[in-house]
Design a protein around this ligand. Structure first.
Ligand code: NI
Ligand code: MN
Length: 243
């Protein structure tokens, strides 16, 4: 099996944070995965929406700060969109036809990338224009590339013990965890999540967008056991980093 993999795990991935929970992940073979594309957020860099290529958009839940610009980016790029079943139906009702509505522990393979939906401890109402629509459950994603590189985006979530299962089963290289607090885990809970997930690299998200999201990567580091502290990468919105 390993010999069939065209790309060595040492080849680098490019991760771009657009602020909040929005990320672009580009594989060494050029596959572009966009997660929770709220590209109008207060910390997003100028031109964030000018994306030449997007293959896959992952939506963790229905809240506007995560669904974000999914509709316009999907129309603009013809990307496949993965969401929980109910949000999938909502997106189809808005005219998207390349939607994969899945559910927890379910996996779809798109362009050789395996996308698995995980649990998240949160809520998920859709808020398309004043009223609240049922948006199924909130979720996270484990994204496994052909060369084995594995990323866990936790979505909006509180700490939950089954993160241990995610760590043991999928062995993520990189975890993207909310640290802002109030609506999600703060640094203390995210540090405990890292103990369960045992990743090589840790990136905080869902902080700093507004003053209320007060957790910081420095605080996350302080709560981590010493050997894990250097795994925390602090990103600047719009500046790509190699992973
Ligand atoms: Ni939320
Ligand atoms: Mn949120």
């Amino acid at each position: 099996m390993a010999q069939r993999r065209a790309v060595s795990k040492k080849q680098q991935f490019t991760l771009t944070w657009f602020g909040h929970s929005a990320f672009k992940l580009e594989s060494p073979t050029g596959i572009v995965v966009l997660i929770d594309p709220w590209l109008d957020n207060p910390k997003a860099p100028p031109g964030a929406k000018e994306l030449a290529r997007v293959d896959i958009i992952l939506v963790t839940h229905g809240h506007g700060d995560h669904l974000g610009n999914t509709l316009e980016i999907a129309r603009q790029t013809n990307a496949r969109v993965v969401a929980i079943y109910e949000i999938g139906l909502f997106l189809q009702s808005k005219g998207l036809n390349r939607v994969e509505g899945i559910n927890k522990s379910g996996t779809v393979t798109i362009e050789g990338v395996r996308v698995t939906m995980t649990h998240a401890q949160h809520s998920s109402g859709l808020e398309p224009g004043g009223e609240i629509l049922a948006g199924g459950d909130p979720a996270g994603y484990v994204v496994r590339f052909e060369n084995g590189f594995t990323v866990y985006h936790a979505g909006d979530t509180g700490l939950f013990g089954d993160m241990k299962l995610i760590g043991e089963l999928y062995r993520p290289d990189l975890v993207l965890l909310p640290i802002g607090g109030v609506f999600t885990m703060g640094p203390e809970e995210a540090a405990y999540a890292c103990r369960l997930l045992k990743p090589k690299s840790i990136v905080g998200m869902h902080y700093g967008t507004y003053p209320v999201l007060a957790g910081t990567p420095a605080e996350l580091r302080r709560h981590l056991p010493a050997p894990m502290r250097k795994a925390v990468r602090e990103l600047i919105p719009g500046v790509p980093v190699k992973m």
